[in-house]
Design a protein around this ligand. Structure first.
Ligand code: ATP
Ligand code: MG
Length: 151
């Protein structure tokens, strides 16, 4: 099962993130893929705002993992772009079961280290600068139900 959603601008990406946030659950894992500047961090910001996280969400490129503990659930924002697929020493697996929400940018680069159950969102460019098609794929029953509820 795979869903396609067209977003016309940044605001619609944020709204989609808010809709997913409203159905969040502990240990939720969201994997974001797509080229640079597609809106992966923008999606994460929208999600974090909806969780009432006060710290501004910035790209975690330098520290790989950024933790936002003060929202409705903890948020772990991970960007694996600079890792070259090598997650040694990161303790990544621990984050999947800490009871928070995990959002991973460039998740395809660590495909074999992703949990079996997860939500995948792939951003693709369309004809105009601000329009993207989001290909959304749930893995596992919980994420299928999530998509049913949100999409
Ligand atoms: N439909 C859209 N959804 C999200 N962002 C959009 C959209 N249209 C335009 N933008 C703009 O595209 C940029 C997306 O930047 P963002 O940092 O979220 O990309 P990214 O996918 O995280 O890139 P990177 O791979 O470098 O981390 C922002 O400047 C945003 O304003
Ligand atoms: Mg980013």
């Amino acid at each position: 099962m795979e869903y396609k959603v067209v977003v016309k601008n940044e605001l619609e990406t944020i709204e989609l993130a808010q809709n997913f946030e409203s159905e969040k659950f502990p240990n939720m894992v969201i994997c974001l893929n797509g080229e640079m500047g597609m809106g992966k961090t923008m999606f994460t910001k929208g999600f974090a705002d909806a969780m009432a996280i006060k710290d501004p969400v910035t790209s975690p490129t330098f520290n790989i993992i950024k933790e936002y503990p003060d929202g409705e659930l903890p948020l772990y924002h991970i960007d694996v772009y600079r890792l070259d697929g090598n997650i040694d020493g990161l303790g990544l697996e621990e984050y999947y079961t800490k009871g928070g929400v995990v959002i991973i940018e460039w998740a395809d680069m660590i495909k074999k280290d992703l949990p079996a159950e997860r939500l995948e969102i792939r951003f693709k460019m369309m004809d105009d600068e601000n329009r993207r098609v989001l290909v959304i794929k749930p893995y596992g029953r919980q994420y299928e139900d999530l998509c049913e509820a949100v999409l």
